[in-house]
Design a protein around this ligand. Sequence first.
Ligand SMILES: [Zn+2]
Length: 239
Amino acid sequence: MNLNANPSVIDDLVIANHILVNEGVLDGFGHISVRNDRDPGRFLIARSMAPGLVTSDDILTCDLDGNVHDDQGRKTYVERFIHSEIYRCRPDVMAVIHSHSPAVIPFGVTGTRLRPICHMSGFLGAQVPVFEIRHAAGENSDLLIRNQALGQALARDLGNSAVALLRGHGNVVVGFSIQQVVFRAIYTESNARLQSEAMRLGEINYLTPEEAQSTSDMNDEHLGRPWEVWKRRVQARGY
Ligand SMILES: [Zn+2]
């Protein structure tokens, strides 16, 4: 394997796959990628497989047109265009997660927007955009981001946000590192669960956009702390 990438990044990418399964963000589906820090026009992602089973031998390189560069001719996920087009539009983004994490789905199919209700999820900003694939793919699509055009449409709707929901499908989360994007994906799921519970109790007092920004900045200082716990849990389960 010669991916021309820092080996510790590959190790973190493998562990991140397992953490996201263990914490209920990914299941047999979904994927995480990281931009190659030595070659920003390419990113690393597992071959098309269940994320819980990924090892370092399964990591491939993909370019921003969605072409896989692999000596063995292996394939990655059909929805790799989510990653390639976001990396193209957002030079600040170094890692991307696409998941179907379940508690988030209701906020993509109703008029209720996902908004930050606690200090752990200030990265959600004022509210989270929803990508409506019918606007780009018509009425009969299978909802997957199967090509560059759909990836571009999604990246456009994501804009400068950290998270976008895909109506009836899942969500995409971006970050400046693997640790940050994993943190955000886990707390996106957690915020969705809490917001649904709080809505049953009464009117919600959300974070203001300023509180969202301040809490997000604060959490970025401590990304290593939960990462070590999540990693330990994965190791304890013998992944
Ligand atoms: Zn998907």
